[in-house]
Design a protein around this ligand. Sequence first.
Ligand code: DGL
Length: 275
Amino acid sequence: MKNNPIGVFDSGIGGLSVLKQFIRFLPFERYVYLGDTARVPYGNRSPETVKRYARESTRFLLEHDVKLIVVACNTVSSVALDVVREISTVPVIGMIYPAAVAALRATVNKKIGVIGTRATINSNAYTDEIHKLSNGDKIEVISQACPLFVPIIEEGWQEHPATKLIIEEYITTLKSENIDTLVLGCTHYPLLKQLLTEMMPGISLIDSGEHAAVMAVRMLAGQERLVEEKEVYIQKPEIEFYVTDIPSTFYDIAQRFLGFTVESPQIVSLGSLIK
Ligand code: DGL
């Protein structure tokens, strides 16, 4: 089991921001990445549909003998983590719990903001988790859906003046509520870190992928399932990429999210896995 790969799945390419964090903390592991690029975005879909898609992705990764499943997509983590856990025969890490723990550690004034897709925010998954973990402390959670962030980031508009205006619009309430911590509850938002820091100075930004990776290190170490470290320095981690479609912008976006070039992914069809 130790040498089996870690499976990571997402609605599309965004999960590569999570994979990037895993590679940072677990560089010697092998990875299988699945992006459902034919059906992205999940963020505006109903929980029932997201659950169905999540089941298919989970089965796909299990068939690749992964030792751990990382649900990189915050939308899936919010509405379908129970479904993934139900059918998975290996441990599962979602994005909500690690980020909620980190946010509670970071906040001083006990006012936490959460941004995510519509499905993530409507599910209340972050708010519920933060309250559940707060040990009776009175924590205020202010949530804001930011549906325009995903297309803006995929378009590469991090520096575009329109992006600032849209961010301004979305963060007005978060600012007026005086939050001191902001959970980036979507695979895409880490790419806005710099701009968000400029526009909300002094606020702690919580990158859900980063905290999930740290949790995975602890989990795998505790179960003695960390891969044996190689003595030779590896330049590029071993990753098998699977997608359900290769859109024209795939390679550009993937490079931006991951920081290095993705070699030709294999196209797979997930619907056929419905049992
Ligand atoms: N991966 C999704 C998430 O983290 C964003 C893209 C989508 O809507 O599918 O919520």
